[in-house]
Design a protein around this ligand. Structure first.
Ligand code: NDP
Length: 245
């Protein structure tokens, strides 16, 4: 990291663990200024401290992406702190897998709120700022579940199909103005599986996760998309373990 604040201003939701945390570290090391959001502020404080100690530039604010007001305040705070908003990484997500017949309606609602509404609120908050600045880059984190459905993952995949549809719509409507990248991980080391309450889905996930790739692999893909020249728009990247079928 240069520590001089010459890079882009990158906002990351869900930066307190997993892919968001790895992305914050990687982008800060590349010389970007990162503004980090999540609910667990102790974690964000620690991460900000580490990035700063390594010569990077980072700040954070508590963020619950299920509140449109919160997301708007988050974007406003980043702009206040760093003067602009170049990239919005809509990464926060949950994956409480279960069969539909288990009727975990509350978990369906939470997934829709965080994985879909959270991304929409991110767009609602960042898009006007980017338009005003004359450009910007929306990076939305989907999943291999945005392309295929599997048992216990119907609702999760529905949220990720939605993120993919929203990203493509935004790309079409904002061509020439806003760059849009959809980054879709396969199984990756993180805390994501901890939100699974269904015993059978939890057990199945243990086997599935044995081939997980490091979160830094997804951070590398995000860094690649962000690092392209302004006329180059990287629209979709799928990164999965080589061992995945
Ligand atoms: P983690 O559980 O490690 O990270 C999820 C992040 O989302 C945490 O920082 C959490 O922070 C944040 N978050 C959850 N709810 C909210 C909320 N309401 N408001 C703000 N932040 C919230 O999992 P990953 O790093 O794996 O997940 C990141 C993204 O990657 C997700 O969208 C996930 O669906 C996607 N993905 C992950 C895969 C994997 O195998 N790991 C595969 C495919 C996609 P906090 O709890 O502090 O708020």
């Amino acid at each position: 990291g240069t520590g001089t604040g010459t890079g882009k201003v990158v906002l990351i939701t869900g930066a307190s663990s997993g892919i968001g945390e790895a992305t914050a570290r990687r982008l800060a090391a590349d010389g970007h200024r990162v503004f980090l959001g999540a609910r667990r502020t102790e974690r964000l404080g620690e991460l900000t401290g580490k990035i700063t100690a390594d010569g990077g530039t980072a700040a954070y604010q508590r963020l619950d992406v299920t509140s449109a007001d919160d997301v708007r305040a988050f974007v406003a705070a980043a702009r206040e702190r760093f003067g602009r908003v170049d990239v919005m990484v809509n990464n926060a997500g949950l994956m409480p897998l279960s069969p539909l017949a288990a009727l975990k309606v509350d978990e369906w609602d939470r997934m829709l709120d965080v994985n879909v509404r959270g991304v929409l609120y991110g767009i609602a908050a960042a898009l006007p700022v980017m338009k005003e600045q004359g450009g910007g880059h929306m990076v939305n984190i989907a999943s291999v579940g945005a392309y295929e459905v599997s048992p216990t993952a119907a609702v999760y995949c529905a949220t990720k199909f939605a993120v993919r549809a929203i990203s493509e719509g935004l790309r079409q409507e904002s061509a020439g103005d806003i760059r849009v990248s959809l980054v879709s991980p396969g199984v990756t080391e993180s805390e994501l599986a901890e939100s699974i309450s269904d015993p059978s889905a939890r057990e199945a996930m243990k086997t599935y996760r044995s081939v997980a790739i490091p979160a830094s692999a997804i951070a590398d893909a995000i860094a690649y998309a962000i690092g392209q020249p302004p006329e180059v728009d990287v629209n979709e990247i799928v990164v999965r373990p080589a061992a995945s079928a």
